[in-house]
Design a protein around this ligand. Structure first.
Ligand SMILES: Nc1ncnc2c1ncn2[C@@H]1O[C@H](COP(=O)(O)OP(=O)(O)OP(=O)(O)O)[C@@H](O)[C@H]1O
Ligand SMILES: [Mg+2]
Length: 419
């Protein structure tokens, strides 16, 4: 059955919780102090960013100390009836079955607005006189709403665990799931999560579930995915922008440079502006932007960059007049950049083949690798005899044949013909 690993591998004991050792110790000491006397602060207020183990710490602690945990989402305590029940629970340390009780009010941030001011006040009143430990949790304890409540609480800050600590947790989960993972694959996931253990575990599950092995290659594209999503938002703001201002503002959000953004817009405008007049106008705007880009490149007159931006954003946004938004069209990665971003080794290989073509065809190696090589690829994939003939004529090395044929099988057949 499918289950979320973050849930399946929830720590059962405090030993399993990574990070925040000091904070956890402070909480444990405070809970234990109840056995001696009621402490001055009758509630502990845990706060910190999401997914770092606040809730799970309280659950594991109750488990370790064999306490009865009464766990509630704070927003459940809005009705008077619920508050009375809470007050009743909080009035006794020992539960019916002898275990000591601890009450957890989770997600205090869920209480919003003035309507819930009453809720926070009711909770505060109960905390003041509680006879058993109450733990409160919120992302931000310094919200104004908690100003008074805070006076009655032991504040305990939870911080993001270090990447190395997240890594340890991921390793244990891999072990339990029977996955052999490369160290830097897990490191990559851990670093990317920025201390959010839950999201790291979710990523791990998405990438590794059903696998025996997890390699760095399996995970490294993740980093790219984020950037891609961000750029899609930017493109949407530009191509579907309703105002010049909005479209221009998109540039500030893009984490790519102007030239790269230009490529993205240029690649995607044709698929999104289906009305020919709109498309013509958008391409006109892009061509004007490109004229300024050229001017900047040749004269370094960077002050012209504002015209590039205006034309490629506002110009494109205003071009959309007749195009109807019909259905969903995906954004595509710019073809030209994809070509450039192929590995260096690949480009070197292409250029070497270009050199061979140059000798025979008397054109530059660069041009040969751009204009002739794609056709060679098609021939090498589809016609073994012709490929062998060409390989001989161009004097291609076995590695070049491998590269052009793409599959080992085809390459083998071609090389067999070459003898
Ligand atoms: N420090 C940690 N050690 C081990 N596992 C953790 C840790 N933090 C989070 N997890 C994993 O992530 C899941 C979610 O953690 P938890 O619910 O404690 O986060 P939280 O800090 O309460 O987040 P939120 O603020 O969103 O409620 C847990 O079930 C557990 O699997
Ligand atoms: Mg929580």
């Amino acid at each position: 059955m499918y289950s979320a690993w973050a849930f399946k591998h929830k720590p059962k004991t405090l030993k399993e919780v990574v990070g925040n050792r000091e904070a956890i110790q402070k909480l444990v000491d405070w809970v234990k102090s109840w056995d001696r006397e009621i402490p001055k602060k009758r509630a502990a207020f845990l706060y910190g960013p999401p997914g770092i183990g606040k809730t799970v710490t309280v659950e594991a602690l109750a488990n370790d100390l064999k306490m009865e945990l009464v766990e509630k989402n704070a927003s459940d305590y809005r009705t008077e009836e619920a508050i009375n029940r809470f007050a009743g629970l909080a009035s006794q340390y020992g539960s019916l079955f002898g275990a000591k009780r601890i009450i957890l009010l989770d997600e205090l941030d869920g209480l919003t607005g003035t309507a819930d001011k009453g809720g926070v006040k009711a909770i505060t009143d109960i905390v003041k006189i509680a006879q058993c430990p109450i733990v409160l949790i919120a992302n931000n304890a310094y919200d104004l709403r908690f100003l008074n409540l805070r006076n009655y609480c032991l504040l305990i800050e939870f911080k993001k665990p270090a990447a190395s600590e997240v890594l340890n947790r991921l390793k244990i989960i891999c072990l339990r799931e029977g996955i052999q993972a490369e160290e830097n694959a897990l490191k990559f996931i851990a670093n990317r999560s920025e201390g959010d253990v839950r999201s790291a575990i979710n990523d791990l599950q998405a990438l590794a579930q059903g696998k025996r092995k997890l390699t760095y290659e399996d995970v490294s594209w993740l980093g790219y995915r984020d950037r891609q999503e961000a750029i899609f938002t930017v493109l949407r703001m530009i191509i579907y922008g309703k105002t010049c201002e909005g479209a221009k503002r998109a540039v500030d959000m893009a984490d790519v440079d102007i030239d790269m953004l230009f490529e993205w817009i240029y690649e995607n405008v044709p698929a999104h502006l289906t009305d020919p007049h709109d498309l013509a106008n958008a391409l006109d705007a892009l061509s004007l932007a490109d004229v300024y880009r050229g001017r900047i490149r040749s004269t370094q007159a960077w002050s012209l960059v504002r015209y590039v931006i205006d034309f490629m954003t506002a110009g494109v946004a205003m071009a959309r007049v007749n195009t109807k938004t019909s259905g969903w069209t995906p954004f595509r990665f710019p073809e030209r950049i994809q070509m450039l971003s192929r590995s260096k080794a690949e480009r070197a290989m292409q250029l070497e083949i270009g050199q061979k073509i140059k000798r025979r065809c008397h054109i530059s190696a660069n041009r040969a690798s751009k204009e002739i090589l794609p056709y060679l690829r098609i021939i090498f994939k589809n016609n073994v005899e012709m490929a062998a003939g060409l390989a001989k004529w161009l004097d291609l090395s076995p590695e070049m044949v491998d590269y052009l044929a793409e599959s080992e099988e085809k390459a083998g057949a071609i090389k067999a013909l070459l003898g």
